[in-house]
Ligand binder design. Sequence first.
Ligand code: F6P
Length: 356
Amino acid sequence: MLTGGGDCPGLNAVIRAIVKSANKDGQYEVYGSIEAFNGMLSSPFDIVKLTNSKVSGIHVKGGTIIKTTNKGNPFSYNTTDKKGNVKTKDLSGQLIRNIKKEKFEAVINIGGDGSQRISQQLYEKGLNIIGVPKTIDNDLSSTDITFGFSTAVQISTDSFDKLVTTAESHNRVMIMEVMGRDAGWIALHTAIAGGAEICLIPEIPFNIQSIKKTIEKRYTKGRGFVNIVIAEGAKIDNTVIGKQEKGDSNIKLGGIGNVLRKKLEQAGVKPDIRVSVLGHIQRGGSPVARDRILATAFGVKAFDLVKKQKYGQMVSFTNNKVTHTSLKKAISSYNQVHSKHYLINTARSIGISFGE
Ligand code: F6P
């Protein structure tokens, strides 16, 4: 098994559940490839045998004991020659040969949409592979929820609560920027759980003048306060805020909170505005109970699929059941907040503005 892409609370609970259920079955040995596929592409292999004692108690820990990377795509793998030149190569064939030579029956790839795209490509090339979805963003369409999301929302809500008291004391406008990539799930859940006045998400275009009006309504004679939660992928003037990093095809989102502050100040918003960017705090630390449970159920299901040799599948949680779906279907669409989602109506009904 391997964990790929960004880490997420609950990964260790999945690892533990796979190992425990495989060992209980008694016919399998489980190995972890260190840093996603890098472990099976290095020489000698960087892999670790995962026994019950190795995984004992790890379900409460954040991160992943087998490490992860978002730079290990075997289909476009960066290699460095003796002169230090970096070349991108397709090492997928070599990876599959390595895995088969070592007589591994199957691979369980625990990762987000990028990782599951790789799983599907490897499956098409003949690898026995199962996907387990993970992401704090909750943006995978073939599962109703992913583990890690509830923890991220809890962390974000706790932080939001703290910002509310200081906003109130100082009569300030507080902007809290949360993660979520191109989906507004973390922001929307936090806005409802924390009681935000304004929630700005990628799926709903917003307007600075309308936000200004909402702020002004909350102030009388200079007194009042406003808490805004904004998703990192929300767009200002139809543009996302972030930077393109070398060797990464995805834009690294971040910075929209400060851009919003500037725009509001330029528009003449009077109260002091402060910005907090939560960043990776949302991905760290111990998973909440809900994520530990979901992750454990996903790990057990992944092993069950291996045992039944149902390859090319991704574990999912649908209609209150842990089930599975083809990897092909799982990667075919992206799960954004739909305008008719019940939480949009919930938020609007209690007066949360989406800045339209
Ligand atoms: O997909 C999870 C996530 O935390 C996003 O919410 C965020 O945009 C991104 O990963 C950050 O990636 P990195 O850890 O590479 O900075």
